[in-house]
Design a protein around this ligand. Structure first.
Ligand code: GLU
Length: 489
């Protein structure tokens, strides 16, 4: 079987991780079969909400994630065009065919009339489906409506009393009562098709074999199935992949944090890590592991292990996965990823001298194990850039009020100034020496020194920080932070 799958986004806003997950599942599924095709079609019939910018963002995000398409917009293929707005003639012809065959009809009801009918039905606790006012119009009625200047929609005559069935790779055999569907609009009055019609025409004419998409569309599928039948198209296999929920088990939304691929890219997540994470949103591997490279995903992925129940978007898991991928990067790569964030936060202006770059690389080495993604560099940047630390908070102030603190600090300053080579290897022994000479515990040395040098109680390797900051600035910092303490009496 030559598998043909598609990803068919509507370019109406930021590209969500849910969309990226659908694209990924299609892409992975296609990779399993030789001669398969992954088609990218743009469903741009919503003239108000669609934009070129959004389309470009989607394409850029797919490329960034490594999800290349071998047919569709930009690359072409035998079944184009691949923008729905360039296919209007095709939809119009097929709508006309359905009208000619009596399977669809012009409907002159206005949006207001439809809304009023709907409300009335809902008031009576009835299903809000079109009651068929225009189902059997006489030529005189049509002439009257035309004379009134009404512009008709095209409505599909849904067959009554039928069981609408299809196979779903995730949900199994699905069946619906056609009486619950009602006659629905397939072409709007402006000659633009509605989603359910355009998607069927395109999937069929583009010879799509498997329609893998989000569960949100499950309720559209019965309408699509009756259209396939009316048009004598053979049904593809469907797969509706589960919803993505936030950690609180409500539908994933902005409240749960970043929802678009671009936001994750901007925060400095790695595409391989995001792909790895997205694959696990709904699919579970049969192996006892969570880290999958793209080739490993292609090897292991199977629609058989895509779950019906909702997937939970766990940001801690994404962070963990991203951190695993970051471990493989060099200090240089991490620093390069951090630089735009440092520029934006105005720590640097973008041009770094060789010496500054070397220092930054060394700083990266010191903090890198604490980072889950590049933007977190900013949480640590003050350790390197902020020469005016302030000690605040009861606990920190209490640490600094210990009797031994002044002598610890003096001993440290003296030892640091006496060093010829100011690197972590030479700084580290100083802390030990102070514990010995002043007969105090390690904590009584590290805590006040860390506070005095960084203003913080905890953090990455202190000797490393002293090394990158350098003696002169460390001494300035100590003077500054001590001056920030409340006067003791
Ligand atoms: N344009 C639709 C969407 O973005 C496509 C749905 C489908 O895959 O059929 O939701």
């Amino acid at each position: 079987m030559d598998v043909r799958v598609r990803f068919a986004p509507s370019p109406t806003g930021p590209f969500h991780i849910g969309g990226a997950r659908s694209a990924l599942f299609n892409w992975l599924f296609a990779k399993k079969y030789p001669n398969s095709k992954f088609v990218l079609r743009i469903e741009d019939t919503d003239r108000v909400r669609s934009s070129k910018e959004s389309e470009e963002n989607i394409k850029a995000a797919l490329k960034w994630l490594g999800l290349d398409w071998n047919e569709g917009v930009d690359v072409g293929g035998d079944y184009g065009p691949y923008h729905q707005m360039e296919r209007l003639d095709i939809y119009r012809k097929l709508a006309q065919k359905l009208i000619d065959e009596g399977k669809a009809y012009y409907c002159y009801c206005t949006p207001e009339e439809i809304a009023a009918e709907r409300e009335a039905l809902l008031r009576e606790n009835k299903m809000p489906i079109y009651q068929g006012h225009c189902r059997h119009l006489t030529p005189e009625q049509i002439a009257k409506y035309e004379a009134e200047g009404r512009k008709p929609t095209v409505r599909f005559r849904t067959p009554l009393n039928q069981t609408v069935e299809f196979e779903d790779m995730v949900r199994g055999h699905m069946s619906f009562d056609s009486n619950g569907i009602g006659d629905f609009v397939i072409m709007k009055a402006d000659g633009i098709p509605v989603y359910n019609f355009a998607v069927v025409v395109d999937d069929a004419l583009m010879k799509i074999t498997h329609v893998i998409r989000a569960e949100e569309h499950l309720s559209n599928t019965p309408r699509q199935v009756v259209l396939y039948q009316a048009l004598n198209f053979s049904l593809p296999t469907f797969a509706h992949i589960s919803l993505i929920l936030g950690k609180d088990h409500t539908k994933m939304s902005k409240r749960h944090g970043a929802t678009s691929v671009a936001q994750y890219k901007d925060l400095g997540y790695l595409p391989e890590a995001l792909v790895n994470f997205l694959a696990l949103l709904g699919w579970s591997s049969q192996e006892e592991k969570e880290i999958f490279s793209l080739p490993e995903l292609i090897e292991s992925f199977s629609m058989d292990h895509v779950a019906k129940n909702p997937a939970v978007f766990d940001i801690d898991k994404l962070n963990w996965i991203n951190a695993q991928y970051m471990k493989k990067l060099s200090n240089h790569q991490i620093t390069v990823m951090a630089i735009p964030h440092l520029v934006e936060a105005k720590y640097i202006d973008g041009t770094l001298s060789r010496e500054q770059m070397d220092k930054l690389l060394r700083f990266t080495e010191i903090i890198r194990d604490h980072l889950s993604y590049a933007a977190q560099y900013l949480d640590y940047a003050p350790l390197f850039f902020d020469d005016k630390p302030i000690i605040s908070g009861e606990e920190a102030i209490a640490v600094m009020q210990e009797e031994t603190v002044p002598s610890v600090i003096e001993a440290f300053k003296t030892a640091l100034q006496a060093l010829d080579i100011v690197d972590a290897a030479h700084i580290q022994p100083i802390f030990k020496q102070i514990t010995k000479s002043l007969k105090v515990k390690g904590k009584a040395v590290y805590m006040p020194l860390r506070l005095a040098i960084t203003g913080q109680m905890h953090g990455p390797d202190l000797a490393g920080i002293v090394e990158v900051v350098g003696t002169e600035r460390v001494l300035q910092r100590i003077a500054h932070s001590l001056a920030s303490l409340p006067a003791s009496n």
